[in-house]
Design a protein around this ligand. Sequence first.
Ligand SMILES: C[S@@+](CC[C@H](N)C(=O)[O-])C[C@H]1O[C@@H](n2cnc3c(N)ncnc32)[C@H](O)[C@@H]1O
Length: 240
Amino acid sequence: MTTMDLEIANARYAGLRWNSPLSEEHADDLIRRLDISPSSTVADLGCGWAELLIRAVTPVGARGIGVDIDRNALQRGREAAEVGGARITLLEQEASNYRDSADRVICIGSSHALGGTSAMLKRLAEIVPQGGRVLVGDMCWESAPTEEARSMFGEEIPTLHGLVKRCREAGWMVLHLATADQREWDTFESSHRAGLREWIIANPRDGKADEIRAQQDEREDRYLTVYRGVLGFAYLVLSR
Ligand SMILES: C[S@@+](CC[C@H](N)C(=O)[O-])C[C@H]1O[C@@H](n2cnc3c(N)ncnc32)[C@H](O)[C@@H]1O
């Protein structure tokens, strides 16, 4: 990877606090509902740069383990954890290879890393002992999808009710349920592009600037014409 490629890779997520449509206030509420104690072990499967995990474990002094396959993201997380003094270990490995148990698990936007929604819910029930809690963030249809939306996101996306039914099938009870609101989505989508757009502004004559700009514009078009208000994102705190 060239220095410029690394700069572009880092810029890609630079505008995001975390990689899901989630406000800080909403995140605080979800963390509180996880009811983490100092003796808890919190695993985050598909943690990205682990910002939510760091915020979840640091105030209570709990232990955190984050797993992801993105080396750059993990490095960003390690640097943030060091600054904040978090007791976390970030492992570069497949989420499906996570073998330990944990009394709290976070899996947000990463169900694909465990084989899809139903397989993820089943696997979390093996990792978390009875009485434990999980925080899951997953896609669902907010309103009836068009054919274009279906072909973009696949046939596996459930309605919110369908997602809750999949939780029940895996033995989970819903303690809390909320979907990302429009402002969280708009902030997420804009922030997803902000890092690279700032890179383009700083490097207007770079050979990759036009290509990246076209990609960003295409994603913005798709958001505005295909899935804004159609694709939803649900956060569920589950126990059993
Ligand atoms: C949409 S991001 C969500 C990241 C994080 N949970 C958050 O909310 O900021 C999905 C993450 O899953 C990770 N991922 C994808 N496949 C994976 C796998 N097989 N094992 C572990 N992580 C994986 C990606 O690298 C990415 O960081």
